[in-house]
Design a protein around this ligand. Structure first.
Ligand SMILES: *[C@@H]1O[C@H](CO)[C@@H](O)[C@H](O)[C@H]1NC(C)=O
Ligand SMILES: *[C@@H]1O[C@H](CO)[C@@H](O)[C@H](O)[C@H]1NC(C)=O
Ligand SMILES: *[C@@H]1O[C@H](CO)[C@@H](O)[C@H](O)[C@H]1NC(C)=O
Ligand SMILES: *[C@@H]1O[C@H](CO)[C@@H](O)[C@H](O)[C@H]1NC(C)=O
Ligand SMILES: *[C@@H]1O[C@H](CO)[C@@H](O)[C@H](O)[C@H]1NC(C)=O
Length: 386
């Protein structure tokens, strides 16, 4: 009898614990949104050619304006729409948008990743990503600079939820084009719940290995995910780091496809925009203490063959570290020592040159940075080793 009751209690606890876990992980997103790859097709009766007629035609999405549902090899008049990869996607004409509701946890940070390709050569195509009703300042993503060689680029953008139910809106804002269908093709829209890492005794920098970051679609690994400028915005798809630039991006890469120099991790950042985009972290330091900043500079084994230099700057000066890349995935360890004179500094990394891959495609590439750490240099240790 006692045993019976105990068993029942145990069972109850088990169920309760399982329910608790399910509730806690309900919004631990790490993958495509519902029909985020648009493989769930609209009903033909809801379409006129490629054009989507009703706002609810595409399963799980709401559309407004001139939206087309396209597939690989689709033609529009004489023009072949290049849907370079993936069977289906949507094309956002002028002033059109797609949206989906998301259940999130207020206070948490989320990264949205999606792939986009241009279709109109003249247009200055821009996508405006926003979260409603949070009124999160729209992330305007200029897509004039093509970074990949197949025409598709992936982008990540992050937000901090203020409400439990929000709507993600991807809007094509241009209205200067004559053809209303003209606009970018969008595919593989994904979401990742970010868990911003904290500083530890082993590293006063957060996310120094870049392991915490946006979702990278398995099909987009070869071209990585572009992280557009976040500038002073405290919400970044790469927790701990901000991307300082006027309009250029850095590229988040995965070892599944690129060579990533870190011995343990699978993620790194490729500085593809030369002097025009910097990776920055704000860090508190203690005046009078000696610090050692270490990092790896390598190449992604993507045929980026050149001596590639990374500039690293703190409040105490700057230094350049060069990796002589043969394009096959080597790396060089860099080290900067300084004694803090202030209580706060920015740690800044940027590529001091512009590089393209040697395959003739003109694809932008650059030094890969990984494994960044900042620690105290023990004054006695210093004396011993010098
Ligand atoms: C971006 O989209 C949001 C939401 O749709 C809208 O409120 C905002 O005005 C748009 N910004 C531009 C520049 O179109
Ligand atoms: C979309 O995702 C699929 C499946 O992961 C992949 O095969 C395809 O290359 C991706 N396409 C783009 C444009 O991201
Ligand atoms: C890799 O991980 C091991 C064990 O976790 C650690 O001792 C080592 O320092 C790490 N290597 C790098 C390069 O971070
Ligand atoms: C890289 O190559 C340059 C010459 O191109 C040479 O001066 C330099 O020492 C090399 N650096 C390393 C780390 O091999
Ligand atoms: C850091 O130094 C500035 C002045 O240089 C001072 O205003 C500020 O209070 C200091 N902050 C801390 C946390 O010590």
């Amino acid at each position: 009898m006692v045993l019976h009751a105990a068993r029942r209690v145990a069972l109850f606890l088990l169920v309760w614990a399982a329910a608790g876990r399910a509730a806690a992980s309900r919004d631990e997103y790490d993958g495509p949104l519902l029909n985020g790859n648009f493989e769930d097709t609209p009903d033909r009766s809801q379409m006129d050619g490629l054009k989507v007629l009703g706002p609810d035609a595409i399963p799980y999405w709401k559309t407004t304006g001139f939206v087309e549902y396209v597939e690989r090899g689709a033609k529009q008049g004489d023009m072949a729409l290049t849907v370079p990869e993936g069977a289906h996607a949507v094309r956002l004409g002028i002033q059109s948008s797609i949206e989906q509701q998301l259940s999130v946890t207020p206070g948490r940070h989320y990264a949205i990743t999606f792939s986009a390709a241009r279709t109109c050569t003249q247009a200055d195509e821009r996508l405006n990503v926003s979260i409603l009703p949070d009124g999160v300042a729209a992330g305007e993503l200029p897509i004039q600079t093509i970074y990949s060689h197949n025409g598709w680029d992936s982008y990540a953008w992050a937000f901090k939820a203020k409400h439990g139910l929000v709507t993600l809106v991807i809007h094509h804002a241009d209205d200067k084009v004559e053809d209303p269908a003209c606009g970018p093709i969008v595919d593989n829209i994904s979401i990742k719940t970010l868990n911003p890492p904290h500083i530890t005794h082993d590293n006063f920098l957060r996310n120094g290995g870049f392991e915490e970051g946006p979702y990278i679609n398995p099909g987009s690994e070869s071209w990585g995910v572009l992280l557009p400028p976040t500038n002073e915005d405290p919400i970044s798809p790469l927790p701990g780091w901000s991307i300082m630039s006027y309009s250029k991006a850095v590229k988040y890469i995965s070892s599944e496809h690129s060579r990533v120099p870190h011995a343990n991790g699978t993620r790194a950042v490729e500085l593809v925009a030369g002097l025009e985009a910097a990776l920055v972290q704000e860090v508190d330091i203690i005046p009078g203490r000696s610090y050692k900043l270490e990092f790896t500079v390598g190449d992604a084994a993507n045929g980026c063959v050149a001596p590639m230099s990374v500039m690293v700057a703190t409040a105490h000066g700057s230094q350049s570290v060069t990796h002589n890349s043969t394009g096959t995935g080597g790396c060089t360890r860099g080290r900067v020592d300084f004694t803090a004179e202030v209580n706060h500094t920015r740690v800044v990394f940027y590529s001091s040159g512009y590089h393209t891959t040697s395959d003739g495609t003109g694809t932008l590439c650059g030094p890969v940075i990984d494994d960044v750490s900042l620690v105290f240099v023990h004054p006695h240790a210093r004396r011993l080793f010098r």
